[in-house]
Design a protein around this ligand. Sequence first.
Ligand code: APR
Length: 237
Amino acid sequence: MKKPKVVVLTGAGISAESGLKTFRDNDGLWEDHRVEEVATPEAFAQNPALVYRFYNLRREGLLDAAPNAAHLALKDLEHSLGQDFLLITQNVDNLHEKAGSRQLHHMHGELTKARCARCHQIFKWLQNLDETDRCPNCNCQASLRPHIVWFGEMPLFMDEIYQALSQCDLFIAIGTSGNVYPAAGFFDIAQQNGATTVELNLEPSLNASAFHEGFYGPATQVVPDYVQSLINKLNPS
Ligand code: APR
């Protein structure tokens, strides 16, 4: 079988079995706040202390989280496909990196990084963040924010993502509800460019009926099984 160009999109569901909460399975509440209430530029302007606290708590919860069998399966798929593989994640956790994935774009940013609102430099940031911190580059105080794409802001790496979607043969969506655009529309772009589209999820997402194929169950079971079947097709013994 010729090596297909594969694009994978992951959402919060792939990290659920690593102990990280999804957004809508627990009706989107987190620490008694609607995610949308603390994940907007307006919330940060009005109440930076609340937003800093919200992300500091999420970052702390992330540091001990371990990648699960689904993350590891995607690392194996990347090793099998080389440059013909791209992983796009909506997640801001670093479990794909911990699993060994490298060809990866975080379209909604990363909890393990901070960004200066003044000089726009991005820094690895694992400790708590607050308005007393100074930007390591421009030394400005109270200008550092979580490197997270908030509601109403443009997702990252969109040029690279649209290029990959226009060239891929296989698009796989994993652990995402299909609620938030533009990610929820990626399958349709790939499909219009001739790709086969597959959904791997705990249960059918909003767009399930539009995918060519769907396999349902916990990601730690469904993803390794699907990836192994794909690798077996690529390398028939
Ligand atoms: N295995 C596989 N899928 C799972 C599992 C699991 N163990 N647990 C939950 N899921 C599925 C749910 O069925 C749901 O379809 O994961 C999906 C999680 O959906 P959301 O909570 O909406 O998360 P996501 O799709 O990543 O949200 C997209 O919305 O709030 C914004 O920026 C945030 O990136 C996020 C975006």
